[in-house]
Every structure is written in structure tokens, then in C-alpha cells.
Design a protein around this ligand. Structure first.
Ligand code: ZN
Length: 557
């Protein structure tokens, strides 16, 4: 057997069963999306290679994904993970995709076969930058479950030096936090170590796991309150990030050696100490947010989202919503009022409005008027800035910005507003030549290394080099994260088989699994609420006016 140090880059082989998709959707899945996501994990993870080829019969494949095995798999394929990619057009159903691990290697206990099923009805517009990026994250997330983040796989996590199982008691425990008794904590050493440093909390005992959302979400996602925009939280969210924490979780499985340079930076709660992790987000006596640059107080009003990627509503735009069944630990205001994000322990933060993501150039500037701009270099700022007169109240607005380094750890933020440039040299309100009102400058030295930071998205997926925080893609790839592939006319189709023999999403989603882990479901189903603006579907439907918060409407399984 190979020692841990002899691990090699992971090899993932996908078989496609998506011939029932519209050609454009099929092409996105086969030619762009799956290759990009596979490229990420192949570059980010090293594994002990399987000791024998992965061999699967029709019966095995039927059990995993309700498909037949193609010949190369029947004969045995040299890969470290085999994936069945299936799909169905089910606009009436709320999921975008779901996934499951199906089989583990008998020696290493690592998952070696899995499946992902897509709903063709959502999110396959390659040419819409943000839709495609969202789909990349969704797919990374699904594969993220298959690779290890699943309560069903916790019993198989191993000590990498011996391949002996750690035992569930050494992987996850339950404790009471803020009066809520059901918090699951992943106690994997590599993960805990990084969390202690990140949050600046030495007493931290592990990663809090999502307890909300029923059996599909609870137990197999990071807790939204703690990990807000981490991609393995339970629903779609603006400014999603593949963090060091997920990679550390994978390291903690004992199966993988991650390349942490492939992680994307996180800022939510960073350095805020144990109080951030272990205190209620709203003080039940004062009924005010305890950490005001993370959580908000002006419920129902709009402001910039955390990370300034867009604007949205504080907590909920329907203050009459009550949930008398909520755990009393989350009843901060005493009247059971319910926030829009069902995964965040009922904590209020600025939830993103569909149509209000500053980086999305397809959004229309609002008629404030402020000289608002939507596009890659845009971020959310607050102010009263107006072209003809000052706004009556402070409002969030999307403004084109550039960070410039003036000396070590010293930055200025250049704002381009209606063709005029203004420079933020320090925090505070400033006026803009020829305009009325003011705009609030963030602290440039903080902003430029957090919200305003540009970074190489998803480590350039291993398809390029990161040069001055921008990906320089290898030949044949393009896009800010190199997630687009140049398709050569007439190129061979990847190995494919006929569609699923049965379609349907229900209790039995994901098929069964061998090796006594039959029936586990580690899928993510995103429920798109009718009339809401959840994620991808809502973005197309909602537009700017009357938009609903993007979070909370999704339901992950
Ligand atoms: Zn999920």
C-alpha cells in the first residue's frame, strides 16, 4: 500500500447519461460544467490510488443511478472515482441537482463510485456568466457530498496512516450551543485547527453542522450562521466560496491530501473570536444584533450584503412571518418572527435580492439616480448620492471600484461614479464632484483585502496560473476561473449511455449503495419557491422590482 506521502492527483471518470436533455443543456453538462468541476477536484486533491480498477456491472450501475454500465466500466477502469451523470427535465420539481456516493473502496473506505443527477429546467445557460458560475458551485457542491461531506460517510472516515476507521464518536458529537441542544460538531483535527485560527477562538471544538432543513440538509452541510457563503452550506447564496474549511474536512476524512492554495478566501466572522461562534446573533434582552457588521438590526430594510456583492433585505421582507414551532433558542424577539434564511438559526443578515448582485452586468441600474454600475468590478456602497438631488435616506448602490495599493497594507479605493472618479482614502462619507449627497467610504485597508479583493476564482480550476490575482488560463480554456473549454468542432463525445431507466425524485433519490451503506442520500435539492427569487430560477423571473431575498427559499437535501 502507498504511504500518505505517495498520494497522487485524483482521477475522476464521468459517464454521461444525459441524452434526454436539450442539445444545448447536454453540451453544457458534458463539455463545460462537469469537466470544469472535475478539473477542480483533480487538481485540488491527492489520493492513494485504488489498488484495482473500478469495475461495475449493469446491476451495480442500476443500483447506483438507475443506468446500465458502459463496456469500459464493466471491464474495469483505472480511476479513483467513477461518476454517473444523469438528468431529467422536471420544471415542476424544485431541485437543481442531487448526488450520492454509491460505493466505497474496501481497503481505504474512500468513496469510489457516485452519481449526480441534474434538473435540466434550471441553470444551464452557459452564456450567462453568473448563472454558469452558480451552476459550477452547485456542481462542486454535489460532488462535494460524494467526496465525503455526508453524515452517511462519517462512519468510514479513517486515520490516513493506518486506514483504520476513526469511529463516529471521533468524527462528530452533539452539544448545546446558545440554548439549542441539537448542534452537531465535526471534530476533525485538520478542520478544527483551521477554524481556531480563522475565528480566533482557541476553545473551538470543531465545525458546527447545519441542523435545519430535515434529513437531507441537516448533518451534511456547514452551519449557515457560522459559514455564511461557504459552498457547502445548505442552499444557494451570493458570493459563494470553496473554502479551506471544506478542503480541511476532506483532509480529515483521511482519504485526501488537499492543496490549500486551491481554496477561496472567506471573511465572514473572520477573527471575531469565540463570541461570534458561541453567542446568540441577537441579544434577547436588547433585541439587537450582537455583532453588527455581520448581523443587522433594521429588519425589513435594505442594505449592502456581507461582502458588498450586492444589496438585499435585513433578515426578511415580511415581518409578519411567524413560526411558533421554532426552537425557543432562536426566538430572539420573543414573538416567533421568522427570518427568510431557514438555515441561519433565524439570524438576520442582509439577504441578497435577486437582480441586485453588483457584479451581474445584466442587472439594470435603478432609477435612483446615482450613477449606479453593474459589472465585474462593482461592489455595494451606501450613501445618499444623487445626480439631481441627494437621496432622502441612505441607500445601498452598486458602484464601480478599484483598489490601489499605496504602500504596504495601505490601500485607496477609487470609485467611478457616472464617469467621475472619487478616491476613498479613509472610512467616512465623502461628496462627489458635480453630484448631490454623499457616499460612505469603507475603510480601504479592510475593504481591499476582503470585500474588494479580487482573487483567482476556484484556483483557476487547475487549468491556469494565478498571476496578480487573475487567472491566466492554459491554452484551450477561458473565463475568470478558466471554467470554459474551447470545444473543438467534431471532437469525440465523452463515454455515454442511455438515459435512466426510471426518472423520479422522491424518497429513494440517489439509488442505493453497496457495502452496507444502502439507501443513504447525500443529495442537495434546491426547492425553488413559486414566485420567489431563489437562485437561478428566481434570477430570471424576478427582475429588479418586487424581488424576494435569494436565501431561505432554497431547500437543500
Ligand atoms: Zn448539499
Amino acid at each position: 500500500m502507498l504511504a500518505v506521502g505517495d498520494r497522487e492527483n485524483m482521477r475522476i471518470k464521468a459517464y454521461y447519461y444525459v441524452g434526454n436533455a436539450p442539445t444545448a443543456v447536454k453540451n453544457v453538462i458534458q463539455q463545460q460544467l462537469m469537466p470544469a468541476v472535475i478539473a477542480y477536484y483533480e487538481a485540488a486533491l491527492k489520493v492513494s490510488r485504488a489498488t484495482a480498477p473500478i469495475q461495475y456491472s449493469n446491476a451495480d450501475a442500476q443500483e447506483c443511478a438507475k443506468v446500465d454500465a458502459v463496456d469500459s466500466l464493466k471491464n474495469g477502469i483505472n480511476a479513483d472515482l467513477v461518476l454517473f451523470i444523469t438528468g431529467a427535465n422536471e420544471p415542476e420539481k424544485g431541485y437543481v441537482a442531487y448526488a450520492s456516493a454509491c460505493d466505497i473502496d474496501p481497503t481505504t473506505n474512500r468513496p469510489v463510485v457516485g452519481m449526480i443527477n441534474f434538473n435540466y429546467a434550471y441553470g444551464f445557460d452557459k452564456d450567462s456568466f453568473l448563472t454558469y458560475q452558480t451552476q459550477i458551485y452547485t456542481t462542486l457542491h454535489e460532488l462535494g457530498h460524494v467526496l465525503g461531506f455526508s453524515s452517511s460517510l462519517y462512519p468510514f472516515f479513517v486515520d490516513p496512516t493506518t486506514n483504520k476507521k476513526l469511529g463516529v464518536a471521533n468524527v462528530v458529537k452533539t452539544k448545546t450551543v446558545n440554548g439549542y441542544a441539537g448542534v452537531s460538531v465535526l471534530t476533525l483535527q485538520p478542520l478544527t485547527d483551521r477554524l481556531k485560527t480563522y475565528f480566533n477562538c482557541q476553545e473551538l471544538d470543531g465545525a458546527y453542522i447545519e441542523q435545519e432543513g430535515g434529513p437531507g440538509s441537516a448533518g451534511s452541510h456547514f452551519e449557515r450562521r457560522i459559514f455564511l457563503n461557504e459552498f457547502m452550506t445548505a442552499s444557494d447564496i451570493i458570493d459563494c466560496r470553496v473554502s479551506e474549511f471544506y478542503l480541511a474536512l476532506l483532509e480529515g476524512t483521511g482519504w485526501y491530501t488537499p492543496d490549500y492554495s486551491m481554496a477561496e478566501p472567506m471573511f465572514w466572522g473572520k477573527g471575531k473570536g469565540c463570541a461570534f461562534v458561541n453567542s446568540k446573533c441577537v441579544d434577547t434582552t436588547t433585541k439587537q444584533a450582537t455583532i453588527t457588521d455581520s448581523f443587522c438590526n433594521d429588519l425589513g430594510n435594505i442594505g449592502c450584503t456581507f461582502g458588498a456583492q450586492g444589496y438585499g433585505v435585513c433578515g426578511t421582507n415580511d415581518l409578519t412571518q411567524k413560526d411558533t414551532s421554532m426552537d425557543t433558542a432562536f426566538n430572539y424577539w420573543g414573538d416567533f418572527r421568522k427570518m427568510a434564511d431557514s438555515f441561519a438559526d433565524n439570524c438576520p443578515y442582509y439577504s441578497f435580492y435577486s437582480g441586485a448582485e453588483c457584479r451581474d452586468s445584466s442587472n439594470e441600474p435603478r432609477n435612483l439616480p446615482t450613477g449606479e454600475y453593474f459589472g465585474e468590478e462593482s461592489r455595494c456602497f451606501t450613501g445618499t448620492l444623487g445626480v439631481q438631488k441627494a437621496l432622502p435616506t441612505t441607500s445601498p448602490m452598486c458602484i464601480k471600484k478599484y483598489c490601489t495599493k499605496v504602500s504596504t497594507n495601505q490601500y485607496n479605493v477609487l470609485l467611478e461614479i457616472a464617469g467621475k472618479n472619487t478616491t476613498c482614502t479613509q472610512e467616512g462619507a465623502i461628496s462627489v464632484d458635480g453630484m448631490f449627497g454623499t457616499i460612505n467610504c469603507p475603510n480601504p485597508n479592510t475593504f481591499c483585502v476582503s470585500s474588494g479583493l479580487t482573487y483567482c476564482a476556484r484556483g483557476c480550476l487547475g487549468r491556469g496560473t494565478c498571476v496578480e490575482n487573475k487567472c491566466v488560463c492554459n491554452k484551450g480554456y477561458y473565463g475568470d476561473d478558466c471554467s470554459y473549454r474551447v470545444v473543438v468542432p467534431g471532437e469525440a463525445e465523452p463515454e455515454s449511455g442511455p438515459n435512466k431507466t426510471a426518472i423520479g425524485v422522491g424518497a429513494g433519490v440517489g439509488g442505493g449503495a453497496l457495502l452496507a451503506i444502502i439507501g443513504f442520500i447525500i443529495a442537495k435539492i434546491k426547492a425553488m419557491q413559486a414566485g420567489g427569487a431563489a437562485g437561478i430560477a428566481g434570477k430570471a423571473a424576478a427582475g429588479n422590482s418586487g424581488a424576494q431575498p435569494g436565501q431561505g427559499a432554497d431547500n437543500a437535501v
